[in-house]
Design a protein around this ligand. Sequence first.
Ligand code: BV8
Length: 233
Amino acid sequence: MDGIRNIVILTGAGISAESGIATFRGPGGLWEGHRVEDVCTPEALAADPVLVHRFYDLRRAALDTVRPNAAHEALARLDREWPGELLIVTQNVDDLHERAGARRMLHMHGELRSALCAACGERRAWSADLPPGTACDVCGAAALRPDIVFFGEMPYQMERIEAALARADLFVSIGTSGAVYPAAGFVRGAQAYGAATLELNLERSEGSAWFDATRLGPAGRLVPAWVAEVLGS
Ligand code: BV8
């Protein structure tokens, strides 16, 4: 890890698996009987708002029953102790990174514990159920929706992510299948800027061939070991 100063880390559902949050595309990777691609779209929201709001209400409520695991704790330790630049970009909409103490992070696909007004664009913290037609307390429109980036919608903070990738000396991907873009393409972007790339995943992913190195195993074991290694360097 010599010469590493600026790190970008991408996390996916696999980092939360050992906390008891099901992944999307693993065995039985269905959410309440639905494929994420079928309910995570603006069209699904328009066609069946009750179904889509309920899909996210159930996942939001489940956050009260799970805790960060050793992988989240290790990344929070890295955040506290790493003297160089660090950005944790999560595809996950759970709040386990924050609850473990991570600060230098962002949610590129949105957050369960946030509501977005489809009319005025305001967002606010939200922990309860969010029925369709809930009124926005800023503009008054009955237009609050889950603050989630659906397929076909632009992920959040892409400029900030791209700037961090351009400065990265090391790009690490943890617990993601590499199935969803633009996140799945970050490894190529980082490499184009000269970063070293490392994948930590339970199994080979769709992007494994692009990485300089891939370590296979559960994040709860691999991530603390890697953080100890990089802090020791
Ligand atoms: C956009 C919302 C453009 C929140 C999600 C064809 C080619 C290329 C791209 C496209 C294409 N057709 C369409 C597209 C674009 C599309 C896309 O990529 N589609 C895919 C299906 C082909 N992308 C989009 O639409 C994106 N937007 O492109 O906008 C644009 C341009 C201009 C103007 C406007 C728009 C938006 C994508 C975001 C969609 N929202 N979720 C939610 O409901 O959660 S995506 C969804 O998948 C989740 O966010 C999730 O994070 C994401 C990726 O899944 P993973 O996190 O990787 O989870 P998965 O289950 O797949 O894998 C888990 C991995 O963990 C596995 O590898 C497993 O082995 C591993 N694992 C399991 N246990 C462990 C473990 N690893 C370690 N330890 C363990 N214990």
